[in-house]
Design a protein around this ligand. Structure first.
Ligand code: NAD
Length: 381
């Protein structure tokens, strides 16, 4: 395979009270980046500001990052950073807030470049000439606090761009289980299934190695054991902590081993129908495991280590416990009309086939395979 690399944040603080570590930071000015109002409402934003103050760090707030953050939001944040000159960027919130902050950081460091110039993987110039980056996730799902990825939407072209740059791996991740504790049930379910997809896709990826497998397998174990508990008992600290850590572990696996067909197909069906990413993943996962099992012995390897019979059945059971439907036609989150499905099927299958995540799926799926998988997952056959 040639020379490979494995990159993760230099420090990960985890466990109850981890947020307090903000008070030990060395620096002078911080830009706090957050989403809508959940971090404000539950008091985490005020806590973060107070802890930074304790460290002698003055802060400004860049808020209002929307779900699926836009290029405009990124540019607005970068401008505020240019005016304030922070030496730390502290992103606190869901994957959307952290993703947006990562790219704001890029335009703060390099105000002369354009969004178009960083779309190509690896094209982002070096960061950390002005600031370092801390990520504090409030959902247990995307693992943006660990990864070299950010997803930014061009709202004029209606395109979601995955931005990939090794320099965007945060310097510090803070995993405090009190933050995800306030997630409502459906967000717990959808983001939690995203973790399971990250881990199971990284496990069977053709870029998986001995460096990534242990993280993927441990993440699968933690999700199977803790997601149903976190869903039923939102205030269960142990389950929340285990899910938060599972998300980061899965992130360590997939940022280095990449993903597969579940993500390719979820991206495109999300684009066509507007279904939530984690929910689309959850519906697709059992079908893709059944398909990939023919060409990968890694599921059997993980099942043996974890003492489970069949990962696909375990996923189906988990979905059932959290009221996630078994197929898209039974999904009520958005309107999955059969007529529209049949109309977009060819285009969606071609686009999913061309998604970069398909490259690391085991076997060599063709467009026809993708089409069959969409059909199975739509009708539940
Ligand atoms: P999100 O950040 O969009 O948040 C979803 C909703 O949950 C928001 O309304 C938010 O206010 C609310 N919320 C967040 N934390 C909460 C809490 N603790 N309590 C109550 N409400 C809370 O959701 P997400 O799933 O974390 O992120 C999705 C984004 O991440 C998408 O744009 C997706 O494309 C991207 N993504 C990025 C990566 C990566 O590696 N960077 C990987 C996968 C997905």
């Amino acid at each position: 395979m040639g020379v490979m690399s494995f990159s993760i944040p230099r420090t990960i603080y985890y466990g109850e009270g981890a947020l307090q570590k903000l008070s030990e930071l060395k620096g002078t000015k911080a830009a706090l980046v957050t989403g809508g109002n959940s971090m404000k409402k539950f008091g985490f934003l005020d806590q973060a500001e107070a802890l930074l103050k304790q460290a002698g760090i003055e802060s400004i707030l860049i808020d209002g990052v929307e779900p699926n953050p836009s290029v405009e939001t990124v540019m607005r944040g970068a401008q505020a950073m240019l005016e304030f000159s922070p030496d730390w960027i502290v992103a606190i919130g869901g994957g959307s807030a952290i993703d947006a902050a990562k790219v704001m950081w890029c335009f703060y460091e390099h105000p002369e470049i354009t969004f178009e110039s960083i779309i190509q993987p690896g094209s982002m110039p070096a960061l950390r000439t002005k600031a370092q980056f801390i990520a504090i996730p409030s959902t247990s799902g995307t693992a943006s606090e660990i990864t070299a990825f950010s997803v930014i939407t061009d709202t004029h072209k209606h395109i979601k761009y995955p931005i990939v740059a090794a320099d965007m791996v945060p310097d510090i991740a803070i995993l405090d289980p009190s933050l995800p504790m306030t997630m409502p049930k459906h967000i717990t379910a959808n983001t939690g299934m995203d973790v399971l997809c990250h881990a199971s896709e990284a496990l069977v990826s053709i870029a998986a190695t001995a460096f990534t497998d242990p993280y993927a397998i441990q993440a699968i174990k933690l999700v199977l054991e803790n997601l149903p508990v976190a869903y039923k008992e939102p205030k269960n600290l142990v389950a929340r902590e285990n899910m938060h850590e599972a998300s980061a572990l899965a992130g360590m696996a997939f940022t280095n081993a990449s993903l597969g067909l579940v993500h390719s197909m979820a991206h495109k069906i999300g684009g066509e129908f507007g279904v939530t990413h984690g929910l689309a993943n959850a519906i697709l996962l059992p079908y893709i495991i059944a398909y990939n099992r023919k060409v990968s012995d890694k599921y059997a390897y993980a099942e043996k280590l974890l003492g489970i019979d069949d990962l696909s059945k375990a996923v189906q059971q988990l979905n059932k416990q959290m009221d996630i439907p078994t197929c898209f036609k039974d999904c009520t989150e958005v309107d999955f009309s059969e007529a529209k499905f049949l109309e977009v099927l060819d285009r969606m299958s071609q686009n999913a086939f061309e998604d970069p995540c398909t490259l690391t799926n085991p076997g060599k799926p063709c467009v026809e395979d993708v089409k069959k998988l969409y059909t199975s997952a739509f009708y539940g056959i």
